[in-house]
Design a protein. Structure first.
Length: 212
């Protein structure tokens, strides 16, 4: 069986005074989708939740790809210990994926941290919560998707190519010019998350090409 590593969000549970790792149940629904349905995309892979206390190198050899999921803000926007912990762990993952050609997909916050790693600029934004009309830059066609973020990608670094944009011209999806590294600002695991599958299909194709 092939595994895809996923970074969960970090939550402070005040009642029990402990930090918890959390992954939305929507991810499980996506992975177990019927293979005959148009949304059946991950049926030949199993999700492996990556624990922040376990070095990523302990997982890396067993993975065919990695997803940096949503949740939490980048530490540059939220200067707390959980954001810093997550930034550090995901930076390690990005470096590994670059060096070892491991396919990487960033979703929402995951796309933001990949974009920042490659010298992109981010800014606070309004109107990016709820249903969202975006433009596919390949054919200039509009599509409707979900949106749940307060910070957007303003300008991409030179190593990244924009593939979709919002009405305020912020970047909503991108890919690396030469590596199997991709980012989407909408949540592919939630309702209306697969209205545009271009980035997801590119990333899935890169998984198929990788042999473990």
């Amino acid at each position: 069986m092939r595994y895809i590593g996923i970074t969960p969000r970090l939550l402070l549970h005040s009642q029990y005074n402990e930090v918890r790792e959390a992954l939305a149940l929507d991810w499980g629904k996506l992975f177990i989708a019927d293979t005959d349905s148009k949304d059946g995309v991950f049926y030949s892979y199993l999700p492996l939740v990556l624990d922040y206390n376990i070095p990523f190198a302990s997982y890396a050899q067993d993975l065919c790809g990695v997803i940096l999921s949503g949740g939490n803000d980048l530490s540059e926007f939220c200067d707390d210990s959980l954001s810093k912990m997550r930034d550090a762990y995901e930076h390690t993952i990005i470096k590994y994926c670059i060096t070892n050609f491991l396919p990487l997909l960033g979703v929402c916050r995951g796309a933001q941290i990949i974009a920042r790693y490659f010298d992109s600029t981010l800014r606070q934004c309004d109107g990016h919560v709820g249903l969202h009309t975006l433009k596919d830059l390949r054919d200039s066609q509009d599509f409707l998707t979900n949106s749940y973020h307060r910070y957007c990608i303003d300008e991409l670094g030179q190593e990244l190519i924009a593939l979709a944009e919002a009405q305020d011209l912020s970047i909503e999806s991108f890919r690396h010019r030469s590596l199997a590294i991709f980012g989407v600002m909408w949540h592919i695991e939630r309702e209306k998350g697969l209205e545009n599958r271009h980035i997801l299909d590119l990333w899935l194709d890169s998984l198929k090409k990788r042999r473990l």
